[in-house]
Design a protein around this ligand. Structure first.
Ligand SMILES: Nc1ncnc2c1ncn2[C@@H]1O[C@H](COP(=O)(O)OP(=O)(O)OP(=O)(O)O)[C@@H](O)[C@H]1O
Length: 256
């Protein structure tokens, strides 16, 4: 499903996001990168329709997001935020079952097919073995994977992930990125690891609330731009295994 933003802006006293326009094609994996505080999370929340009184418009599959009901939005968009609020009393399986909520009604209560979707989502993130564990007892990385399973169980057309690899060990980081890039849905994710960002179909670079570059990763993440925006030196290296470009970073300046 196509996600299109036009002229998005939001201020909280000072401007936080300014005049961002962007179209993400069906099935595309689009990465947002940028320094701390550059507006990535705010932009993701705006694209998910979670910030009231924003400037500009978001269209989902050609329809204005503002005209869809909360239930219609939840049937189309799943959002995994950096910090998830979840009742400590729930089990892992309960949390993932919440992902089915937008599809349930008095006429369509939770059914065995919903149960199978929940099982699949738990397996996809390697959490099936901990399904009966209490949320409160999980590690940070396990919680992250459960939240991603909840989003998968929602069977969205658009998956929005805010720094989904935070807390994850390297195996789970790579398997999560492989999982989401193979999903037949539109994926928008904020990432801090620029080498991981190189695996996205396209990247948008945020700086002080504006999207200052957008395009294929190799075109966007040039050493010159990395120096200007992230204030680091970057040496491009070629991985002989698959010829992808990775960067080795070094400080350009003393101090913070
Ligand atoms: N409700 C708010 N009121 C005031 N300022 C806000 C509010 N929400 C966000 N900000 C500010 O907006 C800026 C952008 O925040 P945002 O969380 O979108 O950045 P980010 O790029 O996701 O950062 P990070 O990489 O650190 O997660 C920050 O300076 C933040 O302090």
């Amino acid at each position: 499903m196509r996600l299109a933003a036009r002229g998005l802006g939001w201020s909280a006293g000072a401007p936080i996001v300014e005049d961002v326009s962007l179209t993400i094609e069906p099935g595309e994996t689009f990465g947002l990168v940028g320094p701390n505080g550059s507006g990535k999370s705010t932009l993701l929340r705006m694209m998910a329709g979670l910030i009231p009184r924003t400037r500009g418009t978001v269209h989902l599959g050609g329809r204005p997001l503002s005209r869809l009901s909360r239930r219609e939005v939840a049937q189309r968009i799943a959002f995994v935020e950096q910090i998830a609020d979840t009742s400590e009393a729930l089990s892992v399986r309960d949390v993932v079952e919440l992902g089915r909520t937008p599809w349930l009604s008095a006429l369509a209560p939770f059914s065995p097919s919903d149960g199978m979707i929940v099982d699949e989502a738990l397996q996809a993130v390697g959490m099936a073995g901990l399904a009966s564990r209490r949320w409160a007892t999980l590690s940070g990385g396990e919680r992250q994977r459960v939240q991603i399973a909840r989003a998968l169980a929602q069977r969205p057309r658009v998956l929005i992930l805010d720094e989904p690899t935070n807390h994850l060990d390297i195996h789970h980081q790579l398997s999560l990125l492989r999982l989401v890039s193979r999903l037949p849905v539109t994926v928008v994710l904020a990432l801090h690891d620029l080498n991981q960002a190189m695996g996205c179909d396209r990247l948008g670079v945020m700086q002080e609330g504006r999207m200052v570059a957008c395009g294929r990763p190799v075109e966007v993440l040039t050493p010159e731009r990395l120096a200007a925006i992230f204030r680091v030196g970057a040496t491009p290296l070629c991985d002989p295994v698959d010829q992808t470009t990775i960067f080795r970073y070094h400080c350009l300046e003393e101090g913070a």
